[in-house]
Design a binder for this molecule. Structure first.
Ligand code: TXA
Ligand code: MG
Length: 318
């Protein structure tokens, strides 16, 4: 059932209480939410997405105070929560024992990923349901993340009881994930909050997470992810026969006029605008072409997160 976000909150709360799934807009991407304290409900998230059970979920709460009931904060966590919550930042911290979070949420890890979303609909749902909500992005596992309610309908329409439909999500990329459970802060996933802003608050640099595959600290960083059906060719300086063009900025590459379809993420070359348009642009081209040429995108600011998603979209599929 797809409903306008304002009217749908009560129906969404009832669905969550029955252990069902609800799609909710956040400022980053749409999430597929379930009661994080109900193991059967959390199990339905994995089933609906086709998500491997070793890939843990982010828990959404109303405030830093609510987060502290589930995880142990340290000085870095306090600084980052103060600076960036509510907002597109997820913190991975040591899980407190016996807080009621279902084991399936953490996939058995002794840490928990928590975040306080800024979106008013997400906040209204959290407040009305009065429970922590586990919510991964509301797409099939490995597929492109959803930034509109229509994307959720396309991917998971038959699996959710209520889709709280608001507009397109403003940030457009998932939250940045910072690991604070070890000796030094780790960037577990680049995302909608730029690394430089986090490092400025911490007063030190974020270390890279260990490479995918052998890293229990970052189990979700699977190499092929965010994958459209089309082949993706990065750093394209020319457009080849039959390709669609994912463009950035005013200066188009050689042969741009023969592209089968073109999406310009930001004609003026602004990275925040490109991030907001990124997943929808990828989905649009994926419907129209079987090969996508992507122009180079600067790695500064949220460009780091865009390039991370692009590398995964272009990775060999397993
Ligand atoms: O913006 C977002 O973060 C969105 C919205 C809906 O909030 N959610 C999202 O969730 O992107 P998901 O499940 O698609 O990505 C969660 C990531 C995965 O890569 C997972 O491996 C990682 O968080 N993660 C979760 N718990 C973790 C933990 N305890 N330690 C390390 N990584 C963890
Ligand atoms: Mg995801």
């Amino acid at each position: 059932m797809k409903v306008a976000a304002g009217e749908g909150i009560a129906a969404a709360v009832e669905a969550l209480e029955r252990g069902e799934l609800v799609a909710v807009p956040t400022e980053t991407v749409y999430g597929l939410a379930a009661d994080a304290t109900n193991p059967a409900a959390v199990g339905r998230i994995y089933l609906a997405k086709g998500r491997p059970r070793f890939n843990p979920l982010i828990v959404h709460v109303t405030s830093a105070a609510a987060a502290m009931r589930h995880v142990r904060f340290n000085a870095d966590a306090e600084k980052l929560a103060e600076a960036f919550w509510p907002g597109p930042l997820t913190l991975v911290l040591p899980l407190r024992p016996d807080t009621g979070i279902a084991d399936l949420v953490t996939a058995g890890l002794d840490t928990l990923a928590v975040r306080v979303p800024a979106d008013p609909v997400a906040q209204a749902l959290l407040a009305a349901s009065a429970r922590p909500l586990a919510a991964p992005s509301a797409n099939r596992s490995g597929h492109v993340s959803p930034t509109t309610a229509a994307h959720v309908v396309d991917d998971l329409g038959d699996k959710v009881s209520v889709i709280l439909a608001a507009g397109a999500t403003p940030v457009g990329l998932e939250s940045t994930i910072v690991g604070l459970a070890g000796d030094r802060p780790l960037l577990l996933r680049a995302g909608g909050l730029a690394r430089s802003r986090i490092e400025a608050v911490l007063g030190r640099s974020l270390a890279a997470a260990a490479p995918a595959g052998d890293a229990p600290t970052a189990p979700g960083m699977l190499t092929s992810h965010y994958a459209p059906a089309a082949m993706v060719r990065l750093d394209a300086t020319e457009v080849r026969e039959g390709e669609g063009l994912l463009a950035f900025g005013p200066d188009l590459p050689v042969g741009a006029e023969k592209a089968v379809a073109t999406v310009n993420l930001s004609p003026s070359g602004e990275l925040a605008e490109a991030a907001a348009n990124f997943f929808a642009g990828l989905r649009k081209l994926d419907r129209l072409v079987s090969a996508i040429a992507v122009m180079p995108i600067p790695d500064a600011g949220v460009g780091e997160a865009i390039n991370d998603r692009l590398r995964r979209a272009a990775a060999p599929r397993s």
